[in-house]
Design a protein around this ligand. Structure first.
Ligand SMILES: Nc1nc2c(ncn2[C@@H]2O[C@H](COP(=O)(O)OP(=O)(O)OP(=O)(O)O)[C@@H](O)[C@H]2O)c(=O)[nH]1
Ligand SMILES: [Mg+2]
Ligand SMILES: [Zn+2]
Length: 294
């Protein structure tokens, strides 16, 4: 039977096949051959009613390293507008990874009950940059974005990403009453989440080919290996303006007659996003230097 790996836990592999979940072992040779991620399509041999053995891992369409997941269509990036404070650089880096891996990003600004105006402001910036984004609250249903999100999830495999404590597991619990994932408080002392979710797991949402993966939160993320041009392409509001710059190509840094800098000055591009672009540009230049010296 062909199925999809939902999660891996305590030496067991939970595989979803033909509407049922099977608890599986894996052939030793497969285990030695490297990694298997949630989202991997596998062939299993059934043993009894609910058990099986994974016989084969089918080729991957794509994979994500952070969080670890295979065969993903979309990444639902969750940031809290407050508690913890939104890590905008992390968001922009996750967007670059998505672009690099051809995964469609969806951005959720969560906990908008705590700071609704800030949520609206961030929403506008990212919508204007061309991203699919929405505001949400899991505790004030008037501010919930569940209806919008459930349409976006339909028929796709989606993975959650974002820092600890932003409400990823809470969002799934709020949207799907049959699901009861563990959630955790924010640490008062550090103002951060406590890494409540410990391993990634894919949930089958009933509708055909519709999966959503809860994952552990993370805050450190390297930049993908990319060129300066690729960085520019990953900023949806910057790339289209490049053709209007005086210098070709223009990286919108120190070049005169730069249409991007003019748009920043005119308030058409968010100044903070542009600053992060410059910061990442510098990171990529240093990355390149390190390779050349290696
Ligand atoms: N005010 C407010 N609190 C929320 C909201 N969503 C979640 N929370 C709270 O935020 C805390 C963290 O929620 P979790 O769902 O555990 O966060 P997580 O992103 O899954 O965190 P990790 O599993 O550690 O990565 C909990 O105390 C939730 O009750 C929201 O929309 N508004
Ligand atoms: Mg969680
Ligand atoms: Zn320019």
């Amino acid at each position: 039977m062909e199925g999809i790996l939902l999660k891996q836990y305590g030496g067991f592999y939970f595989v979803y096949a033909q509407g049922e979940s099977y608890t599986c072992r894996i052939r030793g040779s497969l285990k030695r051959n490297g990694t298997i991620y949630p989202g991997d399509y596998v062939k299993i041999q059934r043993i009894g009613a609910q058990d099986g053995v994974i016989e084969e891992i089918l080729p991957r369409k794509n994979e994500m390293i952070r969080p670890k997941m295979a065969n993903i269509d979309q990444c639902l990036i969750v940031l809290a507008v407050s508690d913890p404070e939104p890590d905008m650089l992390l968001l922009d880096k996750i967007l670059l990874w998505n672009e690099k891996n051809d995964i469609r990003p969806i951005i959720c600004f969560n906990k908008c009950d705590l700071a609704p105006q800030k949520g609206q402001m961030l929403l506008e910036i990212y919508q204007k940059a061309g991203y699919c984004a929405f505001c949400n609250s899991n505790i004030n249903s008037d501010m919930a974005g569940w209806g919008f999100l459930s349409k976006e999830l339909s028929g796709k495999a989606t993975v959650l990403a974002g820092p600890s404590g932003v409400g990823k597991s809470s969002l799934i619990n709020a949207m799907f009453p049959d699901v009861h994932l563990e959630t955790g408080q924010i640490s008062d002392k550090l103002g951060r989440g406590k890494h409540t979710t410990r391993f990634a797991q894919l949930l089958a949402l009933g509708e055909e080919n519709t999966f959503l993966a809860d994952t552990p939160g993370f805050s450190l993320l390297e930049l993908p290996h990319m060129t300066e041009e690729e960085l520019q392409a990953g900023f949806g509001e910057i790339a289209p303006l490049a053709q209007h710059c005086r210098f070709q190509p223009c990286l919108h840094d120190k070049e005169p007659g730069c249409a991007v800098k003019e748009a920043v000055a005119a308030g058409q591009i968010d100044g903070e996003r542009y600053k992060r672009y410059l910061y990442l540009l510098e990171q990529i230049r240093q990355q390149k230097e390190r390779w050349e010296n290696d």
